[in-house]
Design a protein. Structure first.
Length: 419
């Protein structure tokens, strides 16, 4: 099994040192990109896509230490010819992961880099193995995030409505993590399968203060015989109740199939989660997240092709985010090493849904040249437009994320215009 990719950005204005360091790192199987200044680094690259940044302290137009705050969670290793104990302490206080003096011993440098990247990837794995974050920048998701910010600090019960697979449990965990009881346990109960013993045990644990948030999944399927007891549990101030449903509970009340008291108890705050097709602009961000997660799990670097991303955006997604995750997981498993996930590998076209290729050809505003392969077209488009378009604009025009654009550049050997 291949190890996770190890990408390093070298920021050094002296060409001899930059070239020597790049060759050293490449001999040790690192992927290396380079820049001559802080401005060049942040203009040409998304710093979050690297596992380590190695920068000279003194650079044209600014200090390499500026990268420490710009790089976020990515570790920054500072190197300088002006070594002193005081400057080392200052750099470490600013947040540098380590400090080396020129000239440096190659073996010691590589050992240090291996250690730093190993630690960084362990942290990334810990994040990937944790709860899925609530992702998206669409108006629909931003409205949900705003509702969570306002309601999470309170004790009010929250009803989360939406079809199967939209991410109701993700939202419930986000509320729990942002609330006052985040240090206590998050307990999930499937109301469709609950029994009397489980209900009594839950009530007892709540009274003892052992539950922070109780997530009642599929409450519309809760048998009538348990609804009065559940209503008392929801009203219990010793825990936070978060509830999900994929049916119209108000209509169920009118039909006598759901307790009205319970409905009013759980719906103090209501969050309606849209189907994925209603906020398809969030699909690239969700795709990047899932592919990062699967890359870590499978031990390979998985990325999607431009036509694959367009297919994802135009698909109807009856199974919502859960279906997107499963489709990408299967494609990641079946993908050949060093090959981008294609539209064909996604397998989205079916008798029940519009052929995604037809949708792509109809809605894409980029002309397709029949004589060019996809790779040729991608290369020509990027080379012809990168001088007057930003990376964000290029990625948007191609229907992919900035990260996918970066990966595709590296695969095809398309360098960004020098600054």
């Amino acid at each position: 099994m291949t190890t996770l990719s190890k990408r390093i950005l070298v920021v050094e204005d002296e060409a001899i040192i930059r070239g020597s360091l790049t060759k050293l790192l490449e001999r040790h199987e690192y992927e290396v990109a380079d820049a001559v200044s802080v401005k060049a680094a942040i203009t040409r690259f998304n710093l979050n896509e690297f596992d380590l940044i190695i920068s000279d302290l003194r650079l044209p137009g600014g200090s390499g230490a500026e990268l420490i705050s710009l790089a976020g969670a990515v570790p920054v290793l500072i190197m300088t010819s002006y070594a002193s104990l005081r400057s080392a302490v200052d750099i470490m206080r600013q947040g540098a992961v380590d400090y080396i003096s020129k000239p440096f011993d190659h073996e010691e440098l590589i050992q240090s880099i291996n250690r730093i990247i190993g630690d960084h990837q362990q942290k990334k794995m810990a994040h990937i193995d944790g709860d899925q974050p609530l992702l998206g920048n669409s108006p629909e998701i931003l409205h949900i995030i705003q509702t969570i910010r306002k309601s999470a600090p309170t004790a009010a019960p929250i009803l989360i409505l939406g079809a199967s697979g939209v991410g109701k449990q993700v939202i419930a965990k986000t509320i729990h993590n942002a609330g006052a009881v985040s240090d206590k346990s998050f307990i999930t109960i499937n109301c469709a399968t609950i029994d009397e013993d489980q209900l009594k045990t839950t009530h007892r644990l709540a009274k003892e203060g052992n539950i922070g948030s109780l997530f009642l999944s599929n409450i519309g399927d809760l048998p009538m015989v348990f609804q009065k007891t559940m209503c008392n549990l929801v009203k219990d101030k010793s825990l936070r109740c978060l509830v999900s449903a994929n049916t119209d509970l108000k209509e169920r009340c009118e039909q006598g199939e759901f307790c009205e008291d319970l409905f009013f108890a759980i719906s103090v705050v209501t969050i309606k989660v849209p189907a994925l097709r209603e906020h398809s602009s969030d699909i690239p961000q969700l795709t990047d997240y899932f592919l990062d997660r699967f890359s870590a799990e499978l031990g390979i670097q998985v990325a999607i092709s431009p036509e694959g991303m367009r297919a994802l955006i135009h698909y109807d997604w009856p199974g919502n985010v859960r279906e997107l995750k499963n489709v990408l997981y299967q494609a990641s498993i079946l993908a050949d090493p060093e090959t981008l996930i294609s539209e064909t590998l996604l397998g989205l076209a079916s008798e029940d849904h519009t052929d995604t290729q037809a949708l792509t050809n109809k809605s894409s505003d980029m002309p397709v040249v029949a004589d060019l392969s996809l790779e040729d077209y991608f290369t020509n488009f990027v080379v012809d437009n990168q001088a007057h378009m930003s990376e964000t604009a290029l990625a948007k025009k191609l229907g992919i994320s900035r990260k996918s654009l970066w990966q595709r550049r590296n695969k095809l050997g398309i360098s960004r215009s020098k600054i």
